[in-house]
Design a protein around this ligand. Structure first.
Ligand code: NAI
Ligand code: MG
Length: 507
């Protein structure tokens, strides 16, 4: 098959308001993970394409920053409306490209993304500073300003949701943006760029360049025209990006991986806990979620009962075509991730974990449908372990594979929960209000859910600790991620006062 094959879609970069191929003409295959076949091609961009995108963003910045915030808000609201109007198409592209089920993409990510854009639109004209009265004729004030061009690197598990959230925040704050989506699944984001002009956003305000991490991603991180970076993805790549950014003394905000504990106490509503634990690791993104509840800590008195219920719940899940609206769980997003998860399925038993249910992969999972035979299927799987130091208990697997760990006391549960380099999220299931508050305080993570799980909302700050990232996005504070603080000193009296060494400080 060639690039001109009419059955294979071709997507373009979005630079300065135009759809453009990579300058070098290179293309990368995008595979439909439910079939294992190439369905689209995307630009394999290089440093020259990133240069073009940064130049367009720099050119657009002065006018965008001086656009009145209320006008920026209007344009973002128009973008939100355009996304909603095209929700069916965008969700279908994403479900095809990364295997995320329509229930998630059409049911959550795209409409939620539109509401996230609108939320950030509403924040655009509410950025205020402080006034500091220093006595006499001197007034100091603070103002939050955009950085300039921000570089945003996003992963493949929920590209549209991340694109809408990050770009709308950066734009609301007055920045212009260059996005490098993941090479494994970026068709939905490239397709969504057509809506930017429809909404009236100026050319160059948002640019998207597809390509590999080491080439296009690093070119963006290293680019001297980029003032600030946001990275979502693996902890290993986050470390690499941070090292590169340090050379240019650029700040990176990081949203990284996790190995989140989901704790089932013996006083929990076991029906609710079963659905919540399954929703945290199996359904939706097939466990390919940064907040996946991948360690299920179960109090010993309900261990048998709870794992039995979870097995029955998992058996009833519909695994198959992600574009069928009734499907609960799709395939893994691409071959590399499929290989990684299968390797952990082999590793677990070798290091002493026992597979309690699941464990099958490939065509066995989806049965008779020949169209799906080549897809990257992994069954909902639960392993039992007694030692949290096993690699399957410590490393992010990023698939529908959870580890069940028994515990006796509440303190023991928190000790196991926090015995990880990660600190993204955690959950606890209990009917005790006292214990709920203790769990919130005890779990060392950026988000703790009680009697619910895997809830992310644009109005609630979200971020990690330890190796899971740093400052939170979302919520009113989330906008600060895209703003830099300036202090202004204004002497209102005449004649100007001489500098006063008694004011202290140095500089
Ligand atoms: P990754 O972190 O390497 O990829 C994320 C993004 O970073 C992609 O856009 C990629 O092209 C870009 N990138 C890669 N190398 C780069 C570099 N040197 N400079 C700049 N950008 C670069 O993740 P990958 O390799 O796709 O997945 C591996 C594992 O990472 C997964 O199995 C999972 O455990 C974890 N992961 C976690 C995510 C999360 O949200 N917590 C999201 C995606 C992956
Ligand atoms: Mg794909």
């Amino acid at each position: 098959m060639t690039a001109a094959d009419p059955h294979i879609a071709e997507f373009h970069n979005h630079i300065d308001g135009e759809a453009r191929p990579a300058r070098g003409g290179g293309l990368l295959d995008s595979v439909d993970p439910s079939t294992g076949r190439v369905w689209a091609r995307v630009p394999d961009s290089g440093a020259a394409d990133v240069d073009d995108a940064v130049a367009a963003a720099r050119a657009a910045f002065p006018a965008w920053r001086s656009t009145p915030p209320a006008r920026r808000a209007d344009l973002l609201r128009a973008w939100s409306a355009a996304v909603l109007a095209h929700a069916d198409d965008l969700a279908a592209i994403e479900s095809r490209d990364n295997g995320r089920v329509l229930k998630e993409t059409r049911g959550g990510d795209v409409p939620g993304g539109a509401l996230n854009i609108r939320y950030n639109a509403e924040l655009a004209d509410k950025v205020t500073g402080d006034t500091v009265h220093l006595g006499g004729a001197t007034v100091a004030s603070t103002r939050y300003e955009p950085f300039g061009v921000v570089g945003v690197i996003i992963p493949w598990n929920a590209p549209l949701a991340m694109f809408f959230a990050k770009v709308s925040g950066a734009l609301a704050a007055g920045n212009t943006v260059v996005v490098k989506p993941a090479e494994q699944a970026c068709c939905s984001v490239l397709a969504a760029c057509g809506l930017l002009a429809e909404a009236g956003l100026p050319p160059g305000a948002v640019n998207v360049v597809s390509g590999t991490g080491p080439v296009a991603g690093e070119a963006l991180v290293d680019h001297p025209g980029v003032a600030r970076l946001h990275f979502t993805g693996s902890t290993a790549t986050g470390r690499r990006v941070t090292r590169h950014a340090a050379a240019g003394l650029k700040n990176v905000s990081l949203e990284l991986g996790g190995k989140s504990p989901n704790i089932v106490f013996d006083d929990a509503d076991l029906d609710a806990a079963t659905a919540g634990v399954a929703g945290g690791i199996f359904t939706g993104g097939a466990g390919q979620a940064c907040v996946a509840g991948s360690r299920v800590l179960i109090q010993e008195g309900v261990f048998e009962e709870f794992t039995r219920r979870l097995r029955a719940h998992a058996a009833a899940l519909r695994v198959g075509d992600p574009r069928d609206p009734s499907t609960d769980m799709g395939p893994l997003a691409f071959a590399g991730q499929y290989d990684k998860v299968r390797a952990y399925l082999e590793l677990g038993p070798r290091e002493g974990a026992e597979i309690l249910f699941g464990g099958r992969t490939g065509r066995e999972v989806v049965g008779a449908d020949p169209a799906l035979a080549g897809g990257y299927w992994v069954e909902p799987t639960l392993m039992a372990a007694t030692d949290n130091r096993l690699r399957v208990c410590q490393e992010e697997i990023f698939g529908p594979v959870a580890v069940a760990l028994p515990f006796r006391t509440e303190d023991e549960a928190y000790a196991i929960a926090n015995d990880t380099v990660y600190g993204l999220a955690g959950g606890a299931w209990t009917r005790s209000l006292d214990r709920a508050h203790r769990a919130v305080a005890a779990i060392d993570a950026g988000t703790v859910w009680i009697n619910t799980y895997r809830r992310i909302h644009w109005a609630v700050p979200f971020g990690g600790r330890k190796h899971s990232g740093d400052r939170p996005s979302n919520g009113a504070e989330g906008l600060r991620e895209w703003l830099t603080l300036k202090a202004a000193w204004i002497e209102v009296g005449a004649p100007p006062a001489p500098p006063r060494p008694t004011e202290g400080g140095a500089g």
